[in-house]
Ligand binder design. Sequence first.
Ligand SMILES: [Mg+2]
Length: 404
Amino acid sequence: MTHHAAAPCPAPGERRCWPLHVSQPETMSTTIISPPSQTTAMRPRAVPTERPRTIVHVDLDAFYASVEQVERPDLRGKPLLVGGRHRGVVAAASYEARAYGVHSAMPMYQALTLCPHATVCHPRQSVYASYARRVMDILYQTSAHMERISIDEAFLDLTYHVQEWDGGIEIARKLQARIWDDVGLSASLGVATNKLLAKVASDRQKPAGLTVVRPGEGASFLAPLPVNVLWGVGPVTAQRLDRLGVRTVADLQEVPEPTLRDMFGERGKWIWQMARGIDERAVVTEHTPRSMGQERTFEHDIVDAGILEARLTEMCERVAGRLRASRMAARTVALKLRYPDFTTVSRQIRLSIPTNDERTILSAARGLLVHTWEPARSVRLLGVTVRDLCEPSPQISFLDTLNE
Ligand SMILES: [Mg+2]
């Protein structure tokens, strides 16, 4: 009698094992996927990936110039340029200077031709850094799930801070008020379901804007905008699209995915998704884990290949679920086996493409098991760990499509 047959009903939250055979991978996956319906309720609790995320992008307005205006009240309401006076470029221009057509990265002499009476301030990086830190502290106090992307820009993932999606709008409004009240700086915010939409949104109503893109509104929000609002669509890409007559995101939404893939390779898929407001990338914090794993010491040592395989399947499903819930993918899959004499064997494999797909993780782990386990030797502990975590790349979705 195997341990499987002797085992009582699975504990709540645990999935019953189905006999599988290491030598027949094709049949294995079929058997795993369709357990009898009575066990459905015992499957590992689904991670709530369905719920739309609440992502906020915060961007300070004319940051360097605004700091100078806070520091020097006599310059408020006046055109001000930050940058080197001679042979320099404009690092930041106050909104009063922008009214004259000045923008950042413009040569200073040109800016001063457009706006001769502007005050020019030499950049003071340490002063800006200390203001930025005060703003980031405010954001961090709101949520540690924060990713800073430049000196004056950051994302917050408020998904687990709010009961209802709209709750994020109120938090954003309070943040904006607090940055103004406590630091004296104006910020523009975007509230949306992902990083792409939140970032595009924060830029729509500068300065001091708050732009909301509700769940399901991403594609229509982007439609009237020029293609270069999309992440990574620079002048070269925009020019190539322009030759197709594609100028707005609405135009881009008409282009079939294979056409984009022909033009831009793997990036084409990503561009196709962005045009629809799809962006699965995670808000990556300092606290983002470096690995995720499942490990289990069995109550009874396991000697049956089928049971071992079933345990492995459960673990891979959970690990993949956690990866997807965190919007992460892994490049390395590791397997750990411990025998009753406490001999422990670990093996890992590096994947060519990062993944969060349970079938891919399982097939890697299964390969490791075949190479690691000495059949007929009982196993005391089994573990699956994924490492080298990163954001899912567009290739993953591409592969997912192929697999389906
Ligand atoms: Mg800014």
